[in-house]
Design a protein around this ligand. Structure first.
Ligand SMILES: [Mn+2]
Length: 318
């Protein structure tokens, strides 16, 4: 009888040693927890900040919940669906842990997260980040735009998040107007998907509402994303409340009438040949979740992103 001794993981490559799905170390997909990211292609980190929430707080527990939900996906990675590959055969992935900030100084959060992201990006890794409320995407965009220049934003959400902003607010509903005003994103090459809210001004974004996607289908949505974003460098931000509350109840500001997980995956999985330079998944709030529905959806999206990065690395998409 051979006994699998999974821990601790010693290598950034490989799928061996996933361990029990119901116990053990809860790093994302059982990747090595390490802050030594030499040689890593993708670095996961959590941003457990939710003080910019307007309704129900709790997304600070999102990174933990996504990691815990990912564990049962870890052993499926050796033959990942629907890509039919082992992403860890050639993609080195580390879990850096969470960005630390002092909860007593919420006003420092932009500075702290930007510095965290800068430090990782300096090592030429791709960041896969877990919020936290959606405000964390603003400092992430700051650091990414410093490195890559103005980015296309591919934004999955129920909310436009371009409501009036004075440049100072800690508000998870206005930071994309700020990002646009500061030149971090090029709204003419950016697209919002699954939206169920209005703003006075679309700020130059192409907006595909959830009803539009439900009427026209995922294939036409992809055609639109391709038309707007093209091969421009793009940052992908996925607010889990883009999904209907039936598919993602565990979130702070749920809005009925959203995408099914099937619709969202059909769109997301068609973007393998896009030039995506970073991704975050935000607004998972496990206190409102049931049966980990929301956390599993988020973990699956993140797992998909890793598979896509493995394909991009092999296919030299850049
Ligand atoms: Mn939202």
């Amino acid at each position: 009888m051979s006994i699998k001794q999974p821990h601790p993981r010693q290598d950034l490559l490989g799928t061996e040693g996933a361990g029990m799905t119901y116990g053990g170390q809860l790093s994302f997909l059982r990747r090595q927890y390490t802050q030594d990211i030499t040689g890593a292609d993708v670095v996961i980190s959590g941003l457990p900040f939710d003080a910019a929430t307007t309704f129900r707080p709790g997304a600070r527990f999102g990174p933990q919940a996504i990691r815990a939900a990912s564990v049962q996906l870890a052993e499926l990675s050796a033959n990942a669906f629907p890509y039919n590959l082992d992403p860890f055969a050639n993609l080195a992935v580390a879990d850096y842990g969470d960005c630390y900030f002092d909860s007593g100084y919420p006003e420092h959060v932009v500075e702290v997260i930007t510095a965290h992201a800068r430090k990782l990006l300096l090592q030429d890794v791709t960041m896969l980040s877990f919020g936290g409320d959606h405000f964390v995407t603003y400092p992430l965009l700051k650091a990414h735009a410093e490195k890559y220049g103005p980015l296309s934003l591919i934004h999955f959400d129920a909310h436009v998040d371009t409501w009036p902003d004075d440049g100072q607010r800690l508000d998870h509903g206005s930071m994309f107007l700020r990002a646009k005003n500061e030149g971090l994103i090029d709204s003419a090459r950016s697209i919002q998907l699954g939206i169920r809210s209005f703003s006075e001004d679309d700020c130059g974004f192409t907006v595909l509402t959830a009803p539009w996607i439900q009427e026209h289908g995922s294939a036409q949505a992809i055609t639109e994303i391709r038309r707007v974003v093209g091969d421009h460098k793009a940052y992908l931000t996925f607010d889990i409340d883009c999904l209907d509350p039936a598919f993602a109840p565990g979130t702070g500001t749920p809005v009925p009438g959203g995408l099914t997980s099937s619709e969202a995956f059909a769109i997301f999985r068609a973007m393998v040949d896009f030039n995506i330079i970073g991704m975050d998944i935000v607004e998972v709030a496990p206190a409102y979740d049931h049966a980990e529905i929301t956390a599993i959806a988020a973990a699956t999206l993140a797992h998909d992103f890793i598979c896509q990065q493995a394909i991009r690395k092999t296919g030299q998409h850049h």
